[in-house]
Write a protein of this length. Structure first.
Length: 91
């Protein structure tokens, strides 16, 4: 398996960091670090996340990392990190 980040997922990381950093920069860095590390566990067990059946034509799943949701897609031998956000955000 290979792990790839979409441009939207990378933009989400930047957005979350920029939101948190003015209040607590070390905490913002820890959150971003945990969010970037978490999807690597999918390389050994890609279907560990909950499947989102509303995207049934595609295999979209999600994992929770603390208070954050990470959505990803499995396509053949590649895992694409699609989006991530705080669970309190309206999405």
């Amino acid at each position: 398996m290979e792990l790839k980040w979409t441009s939207k997922a990378l933009s989400d990381l930047v957005r979350l960091y920029e939101f948190l950093a003015p209040v607590n920069q070390p905490a913002a860095a820890r959150v971003v670090q945990s969010l970037t590390n978490a999807p690597t566990t999918l390389l050994t067990n890609p279907r560990i996340g909950e499947q989102l059946f509303e995207f049934e034509a595609r295999e979209i799943r999600r994992i929770l990392v603390g208070n954050y949701e990470v959505r990803y897609e499995i396509r053949k031998s590649t895992i694409y990190v699609l989006r991530l956000w705080h669970t309190r955000e309206r999405r």
